[in-house]
Design a protein around this ligand. Structure first.
Ligand code: GTP
Length: 235
């Protein structure tokens, strides 16, 4: 496989890592995602990862909890997922470093942009934990921010949906999937691809996002190869 993109920020849905059980980590799923990532690294692609935490904790369903505290718990959830991915990658001899936006020196490196870039250049996967390290920002926004910082060519948003539709395909059997779309369409039509902070950041900085389904992990390899899957959102 010849990579179409050199440096990729892969945003993995936490929920998708829970497989059919719907909570926590399904290691069959984690391992097959990691095998696909290793295939891309072996082909010469540089892969940085931001992972969500929804398989352990969703801040927005935390009832009366203080939002900032609920988001702090979400950041810890992303770190659990980051460590699981790192472990699974190491077990298949794929070099990896975890960096967290909130310092937890005993378990991971702190986020240092130049060091992350150096790791990528050396063929290591870098997993960014704790989102942006700030409450009120989603892991989609963390993906956009980190992708811009490391000068990634594209964001891959791999989740439970196979692309962007004009309406919810679960409710509307006639929903139509887009092949390409602009960030302005996403914002103006209120399409639930990503939150508006992430969409604005990508739009303002000309950073495309490819949305595809992680339930077939080999989609990661197909996306790196430039196959026409999912929906591409651009400025
Ligand atoms: P190079 O500088 O390219 O050789 O990168 P490296 O990551 O191999 O070297 P470094 O000496 O920075 O790190 C060695 C190991 O320690 C790696 O597994 C790092 O992830 C880990 N490490 C580095 N800094 C920290 C830290 O602050 N906390 C934790 N927990 N691990 C760290």
């Amino acid at each position: 496989m010849v990579p179409k993109y050199k440096r990729i920020l892969l945003k993995l849905s936490g929920e998708a890592l829970s497989g059919e059980q719907g909570f926590g980590l399904n290691f069959d799923t984690v391992n097959s995602v990691c095998r696909a990532i290793k295939e891309c690294v072996d082909a010469g692609a540089e892969i940085a990862i931001v992972v969500g935490g929804g398989n352990f904790w969703r801040g927005r369903t935390s009832g009366d909890m203080d939002r900032t505290r609920a988001d702090h718990m979400g950041m810890l959830a992303t770190t659990i997922n980051s460590l699981a991915l790192a472990d699974a990658l190491e077990q298949i001899d794929c070099p990896v470093r975890v960096q967290t936006a909130i310092a937890m020196h005993e378990i991971a490196e702190p986020y240092i942009r130049n060091k992350a870039v150096r790791h990528l250049e050396k063929g290591r996967v870098v997993v960014f934990g704790c989102g942006t390290g700030n409450p009120f920002f989603s892991t989609d926004t963390a993906s956009a921010l980190r992708a811009l910082e490391i000068e990634a060519d594209i964001i891959f948003k791999a989740s439970m949906v196979d692309g962007v539709y004009d309406s919810d395909p679960k409710r509307n059997p006639n929903a139509v999937k887009f092949d390409t779309l602009s960030f302005m369409d996403v914002l103006n039509r209120d399409l639930k691809v990503m939150d508006s902070t992430a969409a604005s950041l990508c739009n303002d900085n000309n950073l495309p996002i490819l949305v595809f389904n992680l339930q077939q992990p080999e989609n990661i390899v197909r996306a790196v190869a430039g196959e026409n899957i999912g929906t591409i959102v651009h400025s």
